[in-house]
Design a protein around this ligand. Structure first.
Ligand code: 5AD
Ligand code: SF4
Length: 361
């Protein structure tokens, strides 16, 4: 079979990627099966938890797709207290999650950068450096990135959002606060600073073509990324992009495209970490499971205190906003076991790709 032949190739060209992204039926199932076999062989059928702490929904940016953009006045803005962050981190530690992610809308200024530094030091001290900490706090100066690394962070997530600069321009205000070149530059700085670096994209955006998605996969490979978090775009009524909702693929198709992206990427970059993202679960109650079966190996249980969860809505119908940490953990455990995977309790689950690069292998 011609398509099956492509799946076995060592290196996918852009033409191969376009064919793989369009697979259906039995051929598509073969793609998922191959991705799962690669996952089993190179990273194992083990899923690592990263306890997600949504530190603040204040954001200085105004991305056209995002519900917490600064121009959206409908949400009450919050910032967790140090005690709330630490409590969530200790919950993760007690429950042997081994990693947390601190995420926030993009903020700069000393008050913010100092608070993060203080929290990193405090969490490292209280947990005896047993937690690995991922930051997802947007574009910052090189000095800030370095300070945070020295204070105890190891990984950084900064989604490129879309790798096509022309498309990036359409999805962001045309000011010098939303520049593609800056964002890309920050990814290189993060790499140079010594972080394990993660990036990602949204899938099924207005104006986005299958060619753009193929280019996103090539972008991940060329950047030699350690971790990827990507998922379907979900429209939000309080954003400018909502106007284009009629042009979107049906939600299930956006999910399927996202699962294809995960599967192809797993085959291309065998030993990186790939997340089963919340946006996938928003579309299908089995979305995360399906992602694990397509090659994902990381999940991010949301540990944000319940009273704030409703305020961190990047998109509508985000699942789990009524669930406390215990319930969230129980649901995710079920998802993982249903997919036939194990949970990597007490293990950092650092991307093997990063370790290999640093060992010069
Ligand atoms: N749909 C899906 N993902 C979104 N994000 C922001 N808005 C949306 C949306 N409407 C993603 C972006 C951002 C991450 C935190 O959430 O990729 O980097
Ligand atoms: Fe802010 Fe991130 Fe939303 Fe853009 S996507 S508005 S930077 S939280």
């Amino acid at each position: 079979m011609q398509n099956a032949g492509i799946i076995e190739k060592e290196h996918f060209t852009k033409e191969d990627l376009l064919i793989l992204l369009s697979l259906q039926g039995e051929d598509l199932q073969m793609l998922y099966d191959k991705a799962l076999a690669v996952k089993a062989q190179y990273v194992g059928r083990k899923v690592y938890f990263r306890g997600l702490i949504e530190y603040s929904n204040l954001c200085s940016k105004n991305c056209y797709y995002c519900g917490i953009r600064c121009r959206n006045k409908k949400y009450a803005r919050y910032t967790l207290t140090d005690e709330e962050v630490i409590e969530a981190a200790l919950y993760a530690h007690r429950n042997r999650f081994a990693s947390i992610v601190i995420q926030s809308g993009e903020q700069t200024g000393n008050k913010f950068t100092d608070a993060i530094e203080r929290l990193l030091k405090e969490i490292s001290r209280l947990t005896n450096k047993e937690l690995h900490i991922t930051l997802s706090l947007g574009e910052q100066s090189e000095e800030t990135y370095r300070r945070w690394l020295e204070a105890g962070a190891q990984r950084y997530l900064l989604r490129i959002e879309v790798s096509n600069p022309g498309l990036y321009k359409k999805l962001h205000p045309g000011d010098n606060h939303h520049l593609y070149s800056e964002r890309l530059g920050k990814l290189h700085i993060l790499r140079k600073t010594g972080y394990m670096v993660g990036t990602g994209v949204m899938i099924g955006l207005p104006f986005q073509t299958t060619g753009d998605l193929a280019d996103d996969l090539v972008f991940f490979r060329d950047f030699d990324v350690d971790m990827v978090g990507m998922g379907p775009y979900i429209e939000h009524e309080d954003t400018p992009l909502y106007e284009y909702r009629d042009q979107l693929l049906p939600l299930e198709d956006r999910l399927e495209l996202s699962l294809k992206m995960v599967a192809i990427l797993r085959i291309m970059m065998k030993d990186i970490n790939i997340a089963a993202t919340t946006a996938m679960q928003t579309i299908d109650p089995h979305g995360r499971e399906r992602a694990l079966l397509a090659g994902a190996n990381v999940m991010m249980p949301n540990l944000t205190p319940l009273k704030y969860k409703q305020e961190y809505l990047l998109y509508k119908n985000k699942p789990g906003t009524q669930d406390d940490a215990e319930k969230t953990k129980a649901v995710m455990e079920q998802n993982i076991l249903a997919a036939g995977d194990e949970i990597g309790y007490g293990e950092w689950g650092d991307p093997r790709h990063f370790k290999k690069r640093n060992a010069g292998m």
